[in-house]
Structure formats: structure tokens, C-alpha cells
Design a protein around this ligand. Structure first.
Ligand code: PGA
Length: 258
């Protein structure tokens, strides 16, 4: 087994177009000296309105070291869905990945397991990679239902996907109580949950898909947490929020994952 690590920066609702292009350029500058073959897969996820500007910055650089994700996309192709942006549209703007099912989308925008599954199908159908988020609340953790809750989120999200589609997907385990709080989940515990998720993937899509799928940890990842996290057997990278908003801390995380 040799899964390529992934470090993805979720910029959330931050940065205007010019600021986004600036940050993308600064990230590439930080990674300039590193041989592309040694780098993890590096992904940045700006807001919709910055996709074009960031794609242009990444394309102009031509180094191919940083890829772009959208933070969400709707599963319908087009039509009367005011305020939504389709997977085709974010692909057209240069996104190669789409984050789906982030806990903030589930919590504030009513995203359901069923919608996440439809989005995953559409994203894969169009040749993009879904980054499927899952995670438990503090109440669920304290009630001892972490594993069953996450298993059910994963089963729903992956329902009806082929083994090959599951294999190329990315999952991000993000305990909600660790997001933006500075409280990281203990690396051994994160690894335990991620290994459990891999077991669920094996049950649904077989051993080969479970061995190929990348499963990331997210929740207050910082330059000083990444090395220990990456040393664990099942953690294949990180989905980074706050620490992805400055080039030096994001690059330090990328380097720490190498
Ligand atoms: P955080 O966010 O790194 O700021 O905790 C992670 C996320 O929500 O993806």
C-alpha cells in the first residue's frame, strides 16, 4: 500500500479575488524549491467568486504543484436553482475536486446525507474528485455513538458508487468539536476512527478500494500537529481550515506531511 498524501486547504468564506490569487501565488512560491514528485497532492479551495482568479494564478505558474477545489457544488446540471452552482460550472472554472458534506454545510445549510450522495455521484461522473466530510459532535462523542454515526454518514455518501469511484474518492474525518477550536483530536484516536472508516469502505466497496481511498484528518491541524498525525498508519493527509489562510503556515503543513 502506498497512498499519496493529500493536504487540502479549505479557505471557507474568506478572501476577495485579488487576495485569493495573492495567496495562491504565495503558496506556490513557498513550494517552489520542492521537487513535485516529493510533494503531497496539494489542493486549495477558494470561494466560488475566486475560482477563476485562483485557477488563472495556478495555470500561469505552470508548475502543476497546486490543484483547486470548490467548497461545494450542486448536483443538478442547470436550471431554476437560484443561488446554486453546478459541478459542471466549478469544473469549467478549473476545479478538479469538490468538498462536500462539510459540517458547516450540514449544520447551517441543511445539507443531508442524500444530497451529499447525489453530489458525490455527479462529481465522479464528471471526472472530478469528491472530498467527502464526516464527523461527530461533542454530544455524539460523549454519548459513545461516534463510530456508528460516522459509519452511517459514510455508507450514505458512498451508496451506489462503483468500486473504482470509491477508490478515487477522498474522505475527510473532521470531528466537529475540533473544527476552528484549537482542540485537535488526539492523533491515535483520529487514526482509530479513520481505520474504522476504512473498514466501512472495505465492507461496501472491497479491500482494494479501501486500500486506495485517501482518508484525511481535519480539525485544528497546524504545522506543529501534522508530523505526528502523518506518522499514523491510516491518516493520509489533512483538510486544513484556519492554518490554510496564510502561505507560510499552509506550506509548513505541506512540508510536515512529506
Ligand atoms: P480548522 O478547519 O482547521 O480551522 O479547524 C478545518 C475544516 O473545517 O475543514
Amino acid at each position: 500500500m502506498s497512498r499519496r498524501p493529500v493536504i487540502a486547504g479549505n479557505w471557507k468564506m474568506h478572501k476577495l479575488q485579488s487576495e485569493s490569487a495573492e495567496l495562491a501565488n504565495a503558496v506556490m512560491k513557498e513550494l517552489k524549491e520542492i521537487d513535485k514528485a516529493l510533494l503531497p497532492e496539494v489542493v486549495i479551495a477558494p470561494v466560488f467568486t475566486s475560482l477563476y482568479a485562483v485557477n488563472k494564478a495556478l495555470t500561469d505558474c505552470g508548475c502543476g504543484k497546486v490543484k483547486m477545489a470548490a467548497q461545494n457544488a450542486y448536483f443538478e446540471t442547470q436550471g431554476a436553482f437560484t443561488g446554486e452552482v453546478s459541478v459542471e460550472m466549478v469544473k469549467d472554472a478549473g476545479a478538479e475536486y469538490v468538498i462536500i458534506g462539510h459540517s458547516e454545510r450540514r449544520q447551517y445549510f441543511g445539507e443531508t446525507d442524500e444530497m451529499i450522495n447525489k453530489k458525490a455521484k455527479k462529481i465522479l461522473e464528471l471526472g472530478l474528485v469528491p472530498i467527502i466530510c464526516c464527523g461527530e459532535t461533542l454530544e455524539q462523542r460523549e454519548a459513545g455513538v461516534t463510530d456508528s454515526h460516522i459509519a452511517s454518514q459514510i455508507k450514505a455518501a458512498l451508496s451506489g458508487l462503483s468500486e473504482a469511484e470509491v477508490a478515487k474518492s477522498i474522505i475527510a474525518y473532521e470531528p466537529i468539536w475540533a473544527i476552528g477550536t484549537g482542540k485537535t483530536c488526539d492523533a491515535d484516536e483520529a487514526n482509530r476512527v479513520i481505520a474504522m472508516i476504512r473498514g466501512v469502505v472495505k465492507e461496501i466497496a472491497g479491500a482494494s478500494a479501501a486500500d486506495s481511498i485517501r482518508i484525511l484528518y481535519g480539525g485544528s491541524v497546524k504545522p506543529n500537529t501534522i508530523v505526528e498525525q502523518m506518522s499514523k498508519s491510516d491518516i493520509d493527509g489533512a483538510l486544513v481550515g484556519g492554518a490554510s489562510l496564510t502561505a507560510d503556515s499552509f506550506a509548513a503543513i505541506v512540508k510536515g506531511a512529506m
